[in-house]
Write a protein that binds this ligand. Structure first.
Ligand code: NAD
Length: 370
């Protein structure tokens, strides 16, 4: 018997290949670890060049969700789904209904919603087949735009980072370099301007830049627009990546003049060793999966009796979680992302001693109308 595939998924509990002939759906759902609760993670749609590339992506992303859930202290485990296809051409309601049926077949072991290439509207179709969907619009029983709590979490992440570097969590007397002024970056920029901070910003979208410049006028703040290459080398205190992953790499680390990095982008370090290089350079790195957990906290909360006050409290707790990570990193001499992974593994290990029942979380099916 060829065990290669089992070796490849050896860290995971379950991998489901979904094939629906009628709609052409080809998807993979990966459940990494359910020690803390049912798996939770978004569904990405991308024209992967091979099934192998899709599998690699879903295995990596679902493992990341285990750590993200543990760090955010939500009672969920790590899971993720990928649909192989072009979001611009291959989407249709039936495809998402077929996907919803596969999610339902897991009977509450996996909850999902939007990620790159998918929208809340896509999941309204999946919601007709399963109640294990999060993050749709409020009219369908979801909690709406997750970028609002994500941006708030980034602000608390930056405060903790400032506290660790400068001994004060004040935001206002610093200069920030913000990369990406989309749903999250624009809100972070506005909040920092309100606090009196100075900003360097970059985005490939002129309308996103224009929006921030008009906010700068409103708050009488200083904003300097730079191009996408210059953002790494500007004379700022904190680099705030809010666009895409892999931005901390051999090339960019050389250019950074900042004392800290804290932003919303997923997978900011091209590789974990870049976390060590940042540490050696005296740049404090706030692990991305802690800083950007506000959206996760909001969608996880949907599966209980939704409670905005609780979402706010847990999002604000990103501040103390980060301070714990910085302390662990200082105590043990390891870089911050290693310290964060260690704290998450300890939390999962301590919970693995206890049996947990989570079927009560399965919420009633929403009556979905077109
Ligand atoms: P978004 O698509 O709304 O914004 C991304 C912005 O980056 C866009 O304005 C885009 O024009 C800009 N951009 C793209 N390429 C660029 C480049 N080369 N240089 C500068 N700007 C560039 O996405 P978002 O929801 O704001 O998310 C931002 C990041 O945060 C992503 O990495 C996302 O995965 C992560 N994140 C978002 C959430 C959330 O709730 N939205 C939650 C967790 C993590």
């Amino acid at each position: 018997m060829n065990m290669d595939m089992f070796e490849r998924i050896s860290e995971h509990q379950q991998v489901l290949f979904c094939n629906d002939q009628a709609t052409g759906l080809k998807a993979i759902i990966a459940i990494h670890n359910t020690t803390l609760g049912p798996a939770l993670g978004g569904c990405r749609m991308q024209p992967y060049e091979s099934v192998d590339a899709a599998l690699e992506d879903v295995l990596r992303l679902s493992k990341g969700m285990t750590y993200k859930c543990a760090a955010a202290d939500v009672d969920f485990g790590g899971g993720k789904a990928v649909i192989i296809g072009d979001p611009a051409k291959d989407k249709n309601p039936e495809l998402f209904r077929a996907f919803g049926q596969f999610v339902e077949s897991l009977n509450g072991r996996f909850y999902t919603g939007t990620d790159m290439g998918t929208t809340p509207g896509d999941f309204v179709h999946a919601l007709k087949e399963t109640n294990c969907i999060v993050g749709v619009e409020e009219e369908y029983g979801g909690s709406g735009d997750s970028s609002v709590p994500t941006a708030l979490g980034v602000i608390y992440g930056v405060k903790a980072t400032n506290q660790a570097v400068w001994g004060t969590s004040d935001l206002g007397d610093k200069t920030y370099a913000i990369q990406g002024l989309g749903k999250v970056g624009a809100k972070v920029a506005e909040h920092l301007l309100q606090e009196g901070a100075n900003l360097y910003v970059t985005d490939i979208s002129q309308s996103a830049i224009d929006d921030v410049l008009s906010k700068a006028k409103q708050y009488n703040g200083f904003v300097k627009v730079v191009n996408d290459k210059e953002i790494y080398s500007v004379d700022a205190d904190v680099f705030v990546p809010c666009a895409f992953g892999g931005v901390i790499n051999d090339e960019t680390i050389e250019q950074l003049k900042v004392r800290a990095v804290a932003g919303s982008a997923n997978n900011q370090l091209l590789d974990i060793h870049h976390g060590k290089i940042l540490q050696e350079k005296g740049i404090l790195y706030a692990p991305d999966y802690i800083v950007n957990a506000g959206g996760l906290i909001q969608v996880a909360d949907e599966l209980y009796e939704p409670n905005k006050a609780r979402v706010l409290r847990k999002t604000k707790a990103i501040y103390t979680s980060l301070l714990d990570v910085f302390q662990e990193s200082m105590n043990s001499g390891i870089c911050t992302v290693e310290a964060s992974n260690l704290l998450c593994e300890r939390r999962i290990e301590s919970r693995s001693q206890r049996n947990s029942f989570f079927s009560h979380m399965k919420r009633p099916k929403w009556a979905v109308r077109n």
